[in-house]
Design a protein around this ligand. Structure first.
Ligand code: SF4
Length: 347
């Protein structure tokens, strides 16, 4: 079995009390069945608290009932009482694994750390695009399921993804220009192309979509309201080398997480979707940066991180975004290319 890791994976450690966000805040913690079973048998005060905190939500999942929008076990020192009293092994799967992502393709597994965690996002953005590489190692672990895709199709997708990575690492053109070129390549490979249509204003379309989503965190809510109500800024976006680098890294990381999943899809458009998702994310960051006057890398990191937390980690929001990308002309590859081409100083 082959295991694949991106360069920044091994460096990740949860920074716990020093975390500027925390996965224990404003997020429902789903408790897996084995952990729930174990928690039911814990003795003492912690056992009583565990049994009291576990409730079944509307989807039928067992979750910890939030207290003041926080996990009830996240203490005043911003540390976890379950970890403190019972050890790391006693954490439920959600807490033990986050922000690690495992994508099992049957005959190989890809691992990543999600930029929904601020420390994972910081590690991602602390590299240069050329330093972002994949490494492979073999593991004695046996696969449980045989691959459910055609091997030749998977090889083709892997080669295409690699070509997209090279494009995004090539700094002879701006990140947005390279992302536009990647959208064109993906359309050609998929044999799908659309005539550029008259496109509604990208910023308004993005805002309208974001306002239709479920909102999980108070910071995102505040940013969204401010962006929606901000007067049209006089200044154009400050397109800096740091922002250019973030766009390349975030896009590569998103392609790494999503591109090969097209091997299971029935339509060729599935190969373009991850690039549209990356382009949409870039539009969100550009929009917030411009309207909120966020010009530092630290401020932007918060937008990238919260975007992933709000959209990718909410099943309904993610499904709705995918639907919009597939059906709404405002988010077609041609619309993203037109928008990126319209940004001053980006080409
Ligand atoms: S968000 Fe990341 S760094 Fe923060 S507490 Fe969770 S795992 Fe740790």
């Amino acid at each position: 079995m082959r295991e694949i890791y991106p360069s920044h994976y091994a460096a990740f450690h949860c920074i716990a009390g020093a975390c500027p966000d925390s996965c224990c805040k404003e997020w429902e913690i789903v408790v897996d069945t084995a952990s729930a079973e174990r928690y039911r048998s814990v003795s003492g005060t912690l056992g009583e608290r565990l049994r009291q905190a576990m409730i079944t939500d509307a989807d039928g999942d067992i979750v910890f009932q939030e207290h003041n929008s926080r996990c009830p076990f996240w203490n005043a020192q911003q540390l976890c009482d379950i970890h403190g009293e019972l050890g790391e092994d006693a954490l439920c799967e959600t807490c033990r694994l986050f922000p690690r992502i495992t994508q099992d393709y049957g005959d190989f597994i890809e691992f990543d750390i999600s930029p929904a965690c601020p420390e994972a996002a910081r590690l991602l953005f602390s590299m240069t695009p050329k330093q972002w590489q994949l490494t492979e190692r073999s593991s004695p672990a046996m696969t449980e399921e045989p691959p459910e895709y055609a091997a030749a199709n998977m090889r083709r997708l892997q080669e295409q993804r690699q070509a997209l990575f090279f494009r995004l690492q090539d700094d002879s053109a701006s990140a947005c220009a390279q992302l536009s070129a990647c959208l064109t390549l993906a359309e050609q490979w998929a044999g799908v192309s659309q005539e550029p249509a008259a496109v509604p204003c990208m910023e308004e379309s993005v805002l309208s979509f974001l306002r239709s989503c479920e909102v999980l965190t108070s910071d995102w809510k505040q940013m969204l309201e401010q962006a929606a109500n901000a007067p049209e800024p006089e200044n154009l976006l400050a397109y800096t080398p740091a922002l250019d680098q973030e766009i390349r890294l975030f896009t590569m990381d998103m392609l790494y997480r999503y591109y090969l999943r097209a091997a299971y899809a029935e339509t060729p458009e599935a190969e373009i979707l991850p690039l549209q998702m990356a382009a949409f994310s870039v539009c969100v960051v550009l929009l917030y940066s411009r309207r909120l006057g966020f010009h530092t890398a630290e401020q932007r990191l918060r937008i990238w991180q919260l975007f992933v937390k709000e959209i990718e980690y909410d099943e309904n929001n993610l499904e709705e975004l995918e639907w919009q990308l597939e059906t709404n002309a405002a988010f077609s590859p041609a619309a993203f290319r037109a928008y990126f081409a319209s940004l001053g100083g980006v080409q």
